[in-house]
Design a protein around this ligand. Sequence first.
Ligand code: ZN
Length: 281
Amino acid sequence: MKLLRYGPPGNELPGLLDAEGRIRSLSRLVTDLAGSALLPDALARIAAVDQRSLPLVEQPVRLGPCVAGTGKFICIGLNYSDHAAETGAAVPPEPVIFMKATSAICGPNDDVLIPRGSSMTDWEIELGVVIGKTAKHVNEADALEHVAGYCISHDVSERGFQLHRAGQWTKGKSCDTFGPIGPWLVTKEEIADPQDLAMRLKVNGQLVQNGSTRTMVYGVAELVSYLSRFMSLHPGDIISTGTPPGVGMGMKPPAYLKNGDVVELQIDGLGIQTQRFVADA
Ligand code: ZN
C-alpha cells in the first residue's frame, strides 16, 4: 500500500494512493497515520478493505508528510562508504547517529526554506524507514517485523551550521522544512529488498546523486536492531539511513543551493519529491 496524508499543513487527513494513482480517503478507518494506526494489525485492516469502496479525494491536493506523530527522527551519518570518502571522513566502526528535530518535517513537495545566514544549504537523498511496532533489544533477524514501511527522506543540511558552528550536526540538520518526508509511506510488503533500491537526486534537472541502497555500510535490519539497543523505537519514528555520494559539499568546487533552485528526488518504488528552495525572508 501507498499511504499518504493530504491537506493543508497541520490539518492533513489520512489517505492512500489506489492502483490507478488516485487518492482515496482513509478517514473512515483511521483518524491519522500515526501511532497505533501503524501497527501490523492496523495496517492489515486497511489492506483488507476494497479500495474502490473508499471515497475519492479531489486532486490536485497538497501532500503532507506521510506519517504523523513522529517522536524521533534519527539520522545515520556516513552510511555509504563512497559518501564518507567524498566528505573526507572515514567509515565509522559503528553507526554514527544524530537527531533531526521533528519540527523540521514537512511535505514532500513543500518549499524548503534556506535559513537566514546560510551559504551552505545542501541536499541528501535517503531511504527513510518508518517504525510500525515498538522495538527494544530486537535481533537483526526480527528487526524488519518492527518496520511499517519506507519513504523518501530528504536530509537537507546546512554544512556551515553542521561543521563550523561548534561541531553539532543536529544544528545543521534541524532547520524548519529540512525534513521533507514522502510522498507515500510504502508498506514493507511492496518493497522486496530495501537493500536494492536505486536512488537519484537532481538539482535544476541535473543528476547529481545516482546511487543505490546496495552500497549502504549498515543495512536497514542492522540499523533497527542497533538503535533498539540504545533506545526504544516507537510507531511513527523515522530512521533516515544515510546518503550516497554526490552531495554539494563533495563537489569541486563545492556547490550549494540558492533561492529558486529546484531539487527532485526519486527512489525505486517510493515515488518522487520535488522542492523549490526559497530564502527565509
Ligand atoms: Zn544524511
